[in-house]
Design a protein around this ligand. Sequence first.
Ligand code: PHE
Length: 417
Amino acid sequence: PSPDHITLLGTAYPRDRWTNVSPSIQAKLGRGLLTVPNHPLRIIKLRIEQYLNETRPGTDPLLAPRAFAIVDSLSPVVTVQQNFDSLLVPADHVSRQPRDTYYVNQNQVLRCHTSAHQVQTLREGHDAVLIAGDVFRRDEIDASHYPAFHQMEGIRLFSHDTLAKYNPEIAGSPIFEQAGSPTYGETAAKQKSHTALAAAVVERDLKATLDGLARHLFGSEIQVRWVDAYFPFTHPSWEMEVLFHGKWLEVLGCGVVQQQILSNAGVENKLGWAFGLGLERLAMVLFGIPDIRLFWSTDSRFVSQFSEAAALNPGANAVKFQEFSRFLSRSKDTTFWLPSSGFEDNDFFELVRSIASDLVENVQMIDSFVHPKTGRTSKCFRVTYRSYERDLSHEEVNLLHNEIRNRLAADLKVELR
Ligand code: PHE
């Protein structure tokens, strides 16, 4: 393979100064966890499909069975246009920074959310679609953050006729406001070109659908609340939270799709809603899985604990994961002066992952201060190593840690202390 190209899923892409996809991320591409039989992420995906396409008790009597198309084999390599521009993400938005996003090169990224495929799937003519796949974000290291994870996106569009079936008042009135009308204009509850009534009907269907989904996944007793949110691609927008073991837990983001996006997809005569949820989050809570690295484990003691046939029985209770023996953890601190050229914590996390891979469990900043005379910043990070397969020896951890310190100095230009 030529050094000026990076090969992802069998395709060679030109490298440039934006390229920051690391070998450890490269190795995650193509694992296909959502296709592994009985994998807990696959089970959650199938439960969501089951709810939207078969169950939906009473929330949506008008939608035909199996109305949601399942789109789950799109490549995670997408254009910057798909991942950001097509969703109206501003040119200077923080999420675009290479600090947070994996760039293949200047024009292509590893998708950071399944929303990247909204426009293309709508353009294909779907009125109801579920998009699932792996997504990638440069992030911190702990039990619930991993740079590769999985999302599922749901989108539903409504024509004037469909909306009128939900609310007969709509039949004789328009669903769009014309520019110049006194009620044209954005409010907290609607977009500028939507009538208040049409927007309210879409909102009600969205919330009823997701409320039903929460019950399907967590049981009929689950309590749900809506928190106002902001996404560039929806308005109004919400986060859904569920009360789980006494704590409010954020489960998904959703909202009424920006009309501009529907216009760009060639479906400007419809209104729609969309939601996006993280599958790991749900699986960790529902099955009691304590560490996000376990999803990538090839230890048969993991997947063998789950059964998709049992989980898809209506009314099934999620079996709880039985943690297999926890092996020894070893922590090591590293302290250094930051270079004047700048330093991103995410670059450090990436470096740790590239060397220690899944043997790193947690990286925590435990101290940071500015020297009163020189003005230089010092940071101290604690790296915790633990394998899910065996005890790590002192020597092995020392080797890893020294390698990290050497590369810190060589690549990130810090001054070790
Ligand atoms: N893409 C958003 C995220 O990853 C979630 C979302 C999807 C929000 C669709 C609104 C509509 O956080």
